[in-house]
Design a binder for this molecule. Structure first.
Ligand code: 5AD
Ligand code: SF4
Length: 444
């Protein structure tokens, strides 16, 4: 137990982009309390582990991190707060298993972090995993400067209850933040220099609300409102569910120039029987039909997806159906995972759990195919001229790294500044990134 208010803090986020967003907001909150950010956990008085519960491996990581912090070489163990989805799922079980933990705070309660820190500093263990009706967002301080790209959470939670997934339990029901709060936050981010905003939600395309005139709006309406913000150059959104891919949102891909040509649309499996057992409520065909419409609206769109191999009962033939779907789609980029049984989810109790070795082999085959598609997609951009948003310095002196409209990392040497959007010719492509040369505009 720590008995003084920490002077410095470090937030370490695992998992998805929503955690990255939450981590940034927790850091803003602690700074507003007068605590200073430390470069890493090795020296901080308070370490916040912002955790992920989506697969077992991710969830177990927190315990090895706690162990390391308890015996760190730089002095006494810090005050440790476990935040995020493991905090929500495991609650009081965490300090029972790892007694060095001082604070447990769930994803809907972290606006209370300063009070929990005071409670811990007074010698009491502090736990808050409430999911209050009033949103935490109203209780958070204003956004701070974060560089040229920013995340903005517009929607949280999930009502879809896919049978393998813990999200409906850790993040709660689908909730959309109000229009005005989102537009105000976007304006603040742009005023602080954001050139690109990525709208985030577990089901971001299920966002719904009313605009300032009281008209019902979906995510496409929100995208069009952001499109009108001078100074903002790029809009992205993630993660989407196929069933919420409305015609209006697809039309936005054709009509809104600032909306980048990239869509992450998880499908999980190419087998209708497995999709049904997963409770995905879409079929292989309905997914492909959506992608046809998206491609008709925006022919150059880069498609991305999520896949699970080894869902309970998945046969060799059903796994082959997934490979055939991947071949039919031709992804620019994708994430694939071995099925991990999660406590409390229906699939964890299903018959036909798949042997680890079979899952390994399936994952390797799927990833080999996806990697080849990604490499081919990157190769196809060689020789093209495109706009790159400069995000950060590269490893080599004078090198900068930015993103293409299709979310590829581009390395280049140019005198441009972070936050600039530069015309670039793509010179070469690797599996994971591109190299380019800035085009010097000829004098008129
Ligand atoms: N096992 C493996 N992968 C999972 N995902 C979600 N739950 C599980 C699980 N139990 C994957 C899905 C989802 C992504 C965020 O994580 O592919 O789209
Ligand atoms: Fe999980 Fe399915 Fe909801 Fe995505 S849609 S968060 S996979 S339950």
């Amino acid at each position: 137990m720590k008995t003084s208010i920490p002077k410095t803090f470090h937030v370490k986020s695992f998992g998805c982009q929503m955690n990255v967003y939450d981590g940034a907001r927790m850091a803003e909150l602690l700074e507003a309390e007068g605590m200073a950010p430390a470069a890493d956990g090795a020296a901080a008085d308070l370490v916040v582990l912002n955790t992920c519960h989506i697969r077992e491996k991710a969830a177990e990581k927190v315990y090895s991190d706690i162990g390391r912090l308890m015996k760190r070489e730089t002095g006494p163990a810090p005050m440790i707060a476990v935040a995020g989805c493991v905090a929500q799922a495991e609650g009081a079980e965490i300090p029972r298993r790892a007694p060095g933990v001082d604070i447990v705070v769930g994803p809907q309660a972290y606006h209370n972090l300063p009070a929990l820190v005071r409670q811990a500093a007074a010698g009491a263990r502090a736990l808050d995993t409430d999911m209050p009706a009033a949103s935490k967002f109203g209780a958070l301080p204003a956004r701070r400067r974060q560089g040229p790209t920013a995340f903005l959470t517009v929607q949280e939670g999930c009502d879809k209850f896919c049978t393998y997934c813990v999200v409906p339990y850790t993040r709660g029901a689908e909730v959309s933040r109000p229009w005005a709060a989102i537009v105000d936050e976007a304006k603040a981010l742009v005023d602080m220099g954001a050139k690109e905003i990525t709208l985030l939600g577990q089901n971001v395309n299920a966002w719904q609300g009313e605009d300032e005139k009281g008209r019902a709006q979906g995510l496409d309406g929100l995208i069009r409102a952001l499109d009108a913000l001078p100074g903002l150059a790029r809009i992205r959104y993630t993660t989407s569910h196929p069933n919420d891919m409305t015609d209006g949102l697809i039309r936005a891909h054709a009509e809104v120039a600032k909306l980048m040509p990239y869509l992450h649309l998880p499908v999980q499996s190419g087998s209708d029987r497995v999709l049904k057992a997963m409770n995905r409520s879409h079929s292989r065909d309905s997914y492909l039909r959506i992608l046809d419409k998206v491609r008709a609206a925006r022919p150059d769109i880069a498609l991305s997806g999520d896949f699970i191999v080894g869902f309970p009962g998945e046969t060799d033939a059903e796994f082959e159906d997934t490979l055939r779907l991947v071949e039919a789609v031709n992804y620019a980029q994708a994430y694939s995972f071995k099925y991990s049984p999660r406590p409390g989810t229906p699939a964890a109790d299903m018959d036909g759990q798949i042997a680890a070795q079979v899952m390994d082999e399936r994952l390797q085959r799927l990833q080999a195919l996806l990697n080849a598609q990604q490499h081919a997609f990157n190769q196809a951009t060689v020789g093209r001229r495109t706009a790159v948003l400069i995000e950060r310095p590269g490893k080599r002196p004078g090198q900068l790294v930015g993103k293409s409209p299709w979310l590829q990392s581009v390395h280049l040497e140019t005198g441009a500044a972070i936050g600039d959007i530069v015309d670039v010719e793509i010179l070469s492509a690797g599996p994971n990134s591109l190299a380019g040369a800035a085009l010097v505009r000829e004098a008129a």
